[in-house]
Design a protein around this ligand. Structure first.
Ligand SMILES: NC(=O)c1ccc[n+]([C@@H]2O[C@H](COP(=O)([O-])OP(=O)(O)OC[C@H]3O[C@@H](n4cnc5c(N)ncnc54)[C@H](O)[C@@H]3O)[C@@H](O)[C@H]2O)c1
Length: 442
């Protein structure tokens, strides 16, 4: 089948590449010329495991094309996916300017039947606005007989696992009011499942809301555990035991129950904010989600306070080693990463840093700059003469480090672990002063 994807970022590039890998003809379109030229040379704009090989192969074999020319890109396609960004506006609502610009460009350039698929995360009611924008342009061109459908097909991939999530989805949400369109969408997606039909077809507003509901639910679980972790520390309980205790309940399940320094990234923070705003626009107040957001912000502040409580309010002359800057492992995405607020919170008090991340150093430099931060490519190098280690992203190779070497390199063996990677009792045996989240060293 013939597919165009407008917006070649995380979602668009993964979507286009995975469709191409299933034998479809795909055009990936973006306004960013450098991005498109680099992709033609096999240079990826993002780090995502497995993506580079898949892009190169499908491009080489002619199923995947890259262009900045929207007209050329959508000409032959039946499906036109919109996968541009929807960043938060000033009031927290999703900024739809890119989506609506694309809709208007589509209206200016189509002259036969197309299925416009909205993959960007957008508030309920957006499909209708996209439809109006396209129709307006068609009418202006005197082409009001040209037919098109607008479908809501939100994306649930996780950065770091994007290819796997797209290739083996838990479910595929298709929001449409047209049976024939639902069948065509089903056909396009049928290569991604063998046994069970993974498609859940529904009305458009419910599909639009489902995406926000999913992210808001996951963010809620994280904030719930973080709130409990504060109580655990105060009451001498252990959040890891509580997590095991409740996660084994099949009604609750084990995922997204890890206490730490809170959620970040390009989706949860903005989607929670946008859903709060959507609720407001519809005359209701989202008390739960407001608390989810507050707890998430608070969790970073509490971590800074923990460091300050032990190391002192004046951190001038103190050097902190940092392990991990990305908002989570397996990505170079630094957007809304807890590391930013934590480093800035301590930097305000005079602290200096030596920071390591296996992939996110370049993206982190753009946000954090280099004032009192040195970046290192080797994780043991940052420990030399450090007053304390801050573990901020749970990269796999931090799980079993050489603790003797750590102790030897550091000025003082103090670890503030924002991701609960080690056992407090064992760390005591090894001679570390160890702070984590929701657990106390006894
Ligand atoms: N990143 C994720 O993990 C994820 C997961 C699920 C859903 N989403 C949602 O998917 C959407 C896209 O997110 P992303 O992370 O891929 O964004 P991104 O910022 O990585 O990519 C967006 C791309 O769109 C391009 N673009 C903007 N305007 C354009 C235009 N008029 N024509 C062509 N290209 C244009 C930009 O140049 C950029 O390359 C958002 O709504 C996001 O909430 C993201």
């Amino acid at each position: 089948m013939k597919v165009a994807v407008i917006g070649t970022g995380y979602v668009g590039l993964v979507t286009g590449t995975c469709f191409a890998d299933m034998g479809n003809d795909v055009w990936c379109i973006d306004i960013d010329r450098d991005k498109i030229e680099n992709l033609k040379k096999g240079i990826m704009p993002i780090y995502e495991p497995g993506l580079e090989e898949l892009v190169r192969r499908n491009y080489r074999e002619g199923r995947l094309r890259f262009t900045t020319d929207l007209k050329e890109g959508i000409e032959k396609a039946l499906f036109i996916f919109i996968a541009v960004g929807t960043p938060p506006g000033e009031d927290g609502s999703a900024d739809l300017q890119h989506v609506l610009n694309v809709a208007s460009e589509i209206g200016k350039n189509i002259d036969n039947y197309k299925i416009i698929v909205n993959k960007s995360t957008v508030p309920v009611g957006t499909a209708e606005r996209v439809k109006q924008e396209i129709q307006k342009e068609l009418d202006a061109r005197g082409l009001n007989e040209v037919e098109f459908d607008v479908v809501s097909n939100p994306e649930f991939l996780k950065e770091g696992d994007a290819i796997k999530d797209f290739m083996r989805p838990d479910r595929i949400i298709i929001g449409t009011d047209n049976v024939r369109t639902a069948e065509l969408m089903n056909e396009l997606y049928s290569s991604f499942y063998r046994k069970d039909d993974k498609v859940i077809a529904m009305d458009i507003p419910s599909a639009e809301l489902t995406k926000y509901a999913a992210n808001a639910m996951l963010a809620t679980r994280i904030s719930f555990m973080n709130e409990l972790s504060v109580l655990c520390e105060a009451a001498g309980a252990d959040i890891q035991n509580v997590r095991r205790g409740i996660g084994s309940d099949s009604r609750i399940g084990k995922d997204f129950l890890y206490a730490g320094i809170g959620y970040g990234g390009s989706c949860f923070p903005k989607d929670v904010k946008a859903l709060i705003q959507t609720a407001r626009e519809h005359g209701s107040e989202s008390k739960i989600l407001q608390s989810v957001e507050d707890v998430n912000k608070q969790q970073r502040i509490l971590f800074v306070k923990k460091v300050v409580k032990h190391m002192g309010e004046d951190l001038e002359g103190r050097v902190f080693a940092v392990w991990g800057l990305a908002f989570k492992p397996n990505t170079d995405d630094i957007r809304e990463a807890p590391s930013i607020d934590i480093i800035n919170g301590l930097r305000e008090r005079g602290a200096s840093f030596k920071a390591y991340d296996p992939i996110a150093i370049e993206t982190a430099k753009e946000v954090l700059g280099d004032e009192r931060i040195e970046y290192e490519m080797q994780y043991y190098d940052v420990l030399k003469d450090a007053d304390a280690l801050l573990l901020l992203t749970e990269w796999h190779h931090f799980r079993k480090p050489d603790f003797e070497k750590i102790k030897m390199l550091m000025k003082t063996p103090i670890i503030f672990d924002g991701r609960n990677q080690y056992e407090p009792a064992k760390m005591k045996e090894k001679g570390f002063t160890y702070f984590c989240v929701g657990r106390v060293q006894k």
